[in-house]
Design a protein around this ligand. Structure first.
Ligand code: BYC
Length: 310
């Protein structure tokens, strides 16, 4: 079959190519979930824009939050090439029928959390998303290229915030450590359940959507991050963390998978607040969408009149 040959030959699938219904559904699910994560992810960071400690920090954080909105837009556009409408996807999010990343259901309690999110959450995002640039579906892979470039900047800015704090006063260092203590384990959960419990990994890998399993990417993230924690002078909150000569990787402690399950089911510290704010923002933005529609209609009508006249 042509589709299978294209996948085997690493030829990209484009919107007009025939694809199995399951491939299309899997992509819509994953891309929509990813897009929703980007726009819900604006909330925990938006929480600190008015309280950033300097004008420089505020400007950087605003740019980062705007980038997240942009990522959401590229991703909704990529999903639309599969024949769904973004309005439909947002309805599914608002009805709780589509997910977003577990990580955004934790509160951002201090300024250091902006550092921990940048360093750990964006660091995990990069590890997961760089392989997605090679996703077999063209529009998703291409959207990921720019997203990953911007995520690298986000990760560096988070590292820099934590570096400044960890080399500041004892209170600032303690604040940085506390943020890392709270975000470390949730960041490891971002990669999804272990491969043995993953519903979609095998099929998504066979289709060239996922390039690596959840566990492999999680391990790569730990291996990349632990030496960075040493540079920061911060401790990873895992008593079982150790370098394993035999495997050439860091061994780490057990992840609380019940916590991930609870959060995915909607029972995390901030799930209700995040969803309520999202629905409210959507309702309050209705006039913007209506105005944009009216403007587009007016211009389309003017273009028709002009081309008729010509
Ligand atoms: N949170 O079979 P599995 C960002 C669900 S944005 C919630 O392994 P899959 C950023 C999973 O959906 C970060 N749900 O699934 C933004 C599935 O349930 P359904 C988002 C999770 O899809 C702003 C079930 O558990 N990144 O970084 O093969 C500011 C079984 O899992 C989670 C992406 O979306 C979770 N952590 O693999 C800063 C990247 N994990 O759908 C940063 C693209 C699993 O059957 N997505 N589930 O109901 C992916 O790479 C994959 O979808 C995942 C999961 C690795 C996340």
């Amino acid at each position: 079959m042509r589709f299978d040959r294209m996948i085997a030959d690493e030829v990209r699938i484009e919107p007009r190519d025939w694809m199995p219904e399951g491939y299309r559904r899997t992509l819509i699910r994953q891309i929509a979930q990813h897009a929703h994560s980007e726009i819900i992810g604006m909330q925990p960071e938006g929480n600190w824009i008015t309280r950033a400690p300097s004008l420089r920090r505020k400007a950087i954080l605003m740019a980062k939050v705007q980038d997240e909105a942009g990522h959401g837009l590229y991703l909704y556009s990529a999903a639309e090439t599969l024949g769904v409408d973004r309005e439909e996807l947002l309805d599914l999010l608002h009805q709780g029928k589509q997910k977003y990343s577990s990580i955004f259901n934790y509160p951002t309690l201090t300024w250091a959390d902006m550092g921990a999110i940048g360093w750990l959450v964006d660091g995990a995002a990069i590890m997961n998303q760089v392989p997605l640039c090679r996703c077999s579906y063209g529009p998703y892979g291409r959207a990921m290229v720019r997203i990953c470039k911007e995520e690298s900047f986000h990760q560096r800015q988070g590292f820099e915030i934590l570096h400044t704090l960890s080399h500041g006063t004892p209170a600032q260092k303690a604040m940085a450590q506390d943020a890392v203590d709270r975000f470390w384990w949730p960041s490891l959960m971002m990669f999804g359940p272990p491969d043995s419990a993953s519903t979609h990994s095998a099929q998504s890998t066979a289709w060239g959507i996922k390039r690596f399993g959840n566990d492999e990417l999680r391990q790569r993230f730990v291996d990349m991050t632990v030496p960075q924690a040493d540079v920061l002078g911060l401790r990873i909150p895992d008593p079982d963390l150790r370098w394993d000569e035999a495997t050439g990787h860091y061994a780490f402690g057990a992840i609380d998978w019940d916590e991930l399950d609870r959060i995915i089911r909607g029972d995390g510290p901030c799930n209700a607040q995040r969803m309520e704010r999202r629905r409210t923002a959507h309702e309050e933005g209705a006039w913007v969408r209506d105005s944009a529609d009216a403007y587009a209609r007016k211009h389309a009508a003017a273009a028709t009149t002009t081309s008729d006249a010509a």
